[in-house]
Design a protein around this ligand. Structure first.
Ligand code: FAD
Ligand code: ZN
Length: 464
C-alpha cells in the first residue's frame, strides 16, 4: 500500500484531526528526555482516544509492516520512546482519566496516558496512597511507568511498578485487545500475562489501561539525614534501620561525598544540612500512622545507631517543611546533568554489599583513563541500585562516550550486576544486554517477541 493510502487508513482509525504527517509533526514528539532522533523522520504521529482506536491503528500498521513507537510522557532515560525513521509515533496523551477507585479492593483503574501526579493526587483525595514517585511525576504517564517498570525512591518498602500493578489492558501488534483488568491480590489462574507487558518498553504490546494497587495514606513522616564514615557503615545502618523501624522504613538513599558536595555547593537554595568531610550521607525516611510515637521510635533508632558508631552525625526533621528541605538535597539529582554536562548516567544494580567497592573501582578506573573526568554517585542502596554519573569531555576532539560505556558496563558484567536497575534498556543499552543476561535468556526473549509481534513492528531496535 502506498503511504497516502496508509495515512488515510490511520485517519480513519483515530480521526483525521489526530494524525500529524511528516514535517507537520510537532517537534516535541521527535526526541525523548535523553535521546533525540538520530536520522530519518517518522511518517506520522497518531493520538488515539480509545483502546478501540489503538486496536484499529495497530491493525493498519501490522498489515502494512509499519514500525510503531509507543510514546508516553517522553521522560524515559534510555531512549525507548525515541522516534524511528518511517515509523508511526503512537502517543497515549489523549487517553487520560481515572475510571474507577474501589475502596474495598484498594485499587484504582486508570487509562494509560494519565500523568503519575494525577494518580497520586486522586489516591490521596480518596484517603489512599499510590507510592510510586519519581522526579518526572508531572510529565510521565502511568502507562509509561508500567512499560518501564519504574522504580524510584520508595521501592525498598512498596516495590517497583511490577508490585503496584494488579491488572492491565494491552493491545497486541495485530490489534488484538487483551483485557486483563484483575483487581484481586490472589489470582493463579494460569500465566500472569501482565508481567509480559510490564517492563517490556513498548516492544510486546501497547498498554491502554492499568489496575493499580493502593496503600493506606501514611499519617506520619519521619526523615533524617545522617553522615557515615564509609559504605560499610551505611550497609550496617540499613540493617539497623530496617530492624528498628519494622516495615515502616520507606527510603534509604545514599549520597557519596562527590554528589553531596556538588549539589550543596552548586544548586541555588540548597545549603548543606551536615558539614563536609564524611564518607557518605544517607537520607532515611519512615512512613507510619501516628507522628508522636513514630517520631520517638525513629529518634531512638538513630540514637542507638549513634551509640553503636554506625553514624557520625544526624539532622532529624521536626516538620514537613524540614523533611522537604532534606529531600531537596537528594532530589537535586535531577540537576546534575546540567551542572556537570554529563555524558553518561549509569543506572546500575550490584549486590548491596559490593556497591561501595564497585563505586570505588569504577571511579578509579575512569579517573586513570581520563584524568580530567568527574563522577558523582548516589543510589537506592537498599534496592542494590547505584546511579554513577560521569563527565569525561572530549579527547583530542574525539567523543569518549562509547569507550566510557564499554569500560563501565564491562565492570558491571565482571561484578555480576545489571546494566539497568530501573531505567530500562531502550536504545542506549541494547548492545550490552548480553552483559547481564545469558544467551538462553535472550533467546527466550526473542521467542516471546516473535510470538507476540511476528512482523516486529512494535518499537523495533529497542531492548533486543
Ligand atoms: P516514555 O519515556 O514516553 O516511554 C518509555 C518507554 O515506554 C518507551 O520504550 C515507550 O515506547 C514505552 N511506553 C510508554 N508508554 C507506553 C504504553 N502505554 N504502552 C507501551 N509502551 C509504552 N525512572 C525510575 O525508574 N526511577 C526514577 O527515580 C526515575 N526518576 C526520573 C527522574 C527524572 C527527572 C526523569 C526525567 C526520569 C526519571 N525516570 C525514573 C525515568 C522513568 O523511566 C520515566 O520517567 C517513566 O517511567 C517513563 O514514563 P513516560 O510516560 O515518560 O514514558
Ligand atoms: Zn533512581
Amino acid at each position: 500500500m502506498d503511504h497516502n493510502v496508509i495515512l488515510e487508513a490511520l485517519k480513519e482509525a483515530v480521526g483525521p484531526d489526530q494524525v500529524q504527517v511528516g514535517s507537520a509533526i510537532d517537534p516535541r514528539y521527535l526526541s525523548d528526555w535523553f535521546v533525540p532522533i538520530e536520522r530519518g523522520a517518522p511518517l506520522a504521529l497518531v493520538r488515539p482516544g480509545t483502546t478501540r482506536d489503538v486496536s484499529d491503528l495497530l491493525r493498519v500498521c501490522h498489515a502494512n509492516r509499519l514500525p510503531v513507537v509507543p510514546q508516553g510522557g517522553l521522560t524515559g532515560l534510555s531512549g525507548g520512546a525515541t522516534p524511528l525513521d518511517q515509523s508511526v509515533l503512537l502517543s497515549l496523551e489523549r487517553m487520560t482519566g481515572i475510571e474507577e477507585l474501589d475502596p474495598a479492593a484498594a485499587t484504582m483503574t486508570a487509562r494509560a496516558g494519565t500523568p503519575l501526579q494525577t494518580i497520586q493526587e486522586a489516591a490521596r483525595a480518596a484517603g489512599f496512597f499510590f507510592p510510586l514517585d519519581l522526579g518526572a511525576r508531572g510529565s510521565c504517564q502511568i502507562g509509561g511507568n508500567a512499560a518501564t517498570n519504574a522504580g524510584g525512591n520508595r521501592v525498598i518498602r512498596f516495590g517497583m511498578m511490577r508490585e503496584l500493578v494488579l491488572g492491565l489492558e494491552a493491545v497486541l501488534a495485530d490489534g488484538t485487545v487483551i483485557t486483563s483488568l484483575n483487581k484481586m491480590l490472589k489470582n493463579n489462574a494460569g500465566y500472569d500475562l501482565k508481567h509480559l507487558f510490564i517492563g517490556s518498553e513498548g516492544t510486546l504490546g501497547v498498554i491502554t489501561r492499568v489496575v493499580l494497587r493502593l496503600h493506606p495514606e501514611p499519617k506520619s513522616v519521619c526523615t533524617a539525614l545522617c553522615s557515615v564514615t564509609d559504605y560499610e557503615n551505611a550497609v550496617a545502618l540499613l540493617r539497623h534501620a530496617k530492624q528498628g523501624m519494622g516495615g515502616a522504613l520507606s527510603a534509604f538513599e545514599m549520597m557519596w561525598p562527590d554528589f553531596y558536595e556538588l549539589v550543596t555547593r552548586k544548586v541555588p537554595g540548597i545549603t548543606p544540612p551536615i558539614r563536609y568531610g564524611y564518607g557518605g550521607y544517607v537520607l532515611i525516611e519512615a512512613l507510619g500512622s501516628d507522628q508522636t510515637p513514630d517520631q520517638a521510635r525513629f529518634e531512638n533508632m538513630l540514637q542507638a545507631a549513634l551509640e553503636q558508631g554506625l553514624i557520625e552525625d544526624a539532622v532529624i526533621a521536626q516538620s514537613r517543611g524540614e523533611s522537604n528541605a532534606l529531600w531537596r538535597v537528594r532530589d537535586a539529582s535531577g540537576e546534575i546533568t546540567q551542572l556537570l554536562d554529563l555524558q553518561a548516567k549509569f543506572d546500575i544494580s550490584i549486590p548491596t554489599n559490593d556497591i561501595g567497592r564497585f563505586v570505588d573501582a569504577c571511579r578509579t578506573a575512569v579517573k586513570s583513563r581520563w584524568p580530567n573526568s568527574q563522577s558523582v554517585s548516589f543510589g537506592h542502596i537498599g534496592d542494590s541500585n547505584v546511579h554513577f554519573n560521569v563527565h569525561v569531555g572530549a579527547e583530542n576532539g574525539e567523543p569518549q562516550d562509547a569507550a566510557l560505556e564499554r569500560m563501565v558496563y564491562d565492570m558491571v558484567r565482571d561484578w555480576k550486576g545489571s546494566i539497568s536497575a530501573e531505567h530500562g534498556i531502550g536504545l542506549l543499552k541494547r548492545d550490552y544486554l548480553g552483559h547481564s543476561r545469558t544467551p538462553e535468556e535472550i533467546q527466550l526473549m526473542r521467542t516471546l517477541k516473535r510470538t507476540l509481534d511476528p512482523y516486529g513492528i512494535l518499537n523495533p531496535g529497542k531492548v533486543l
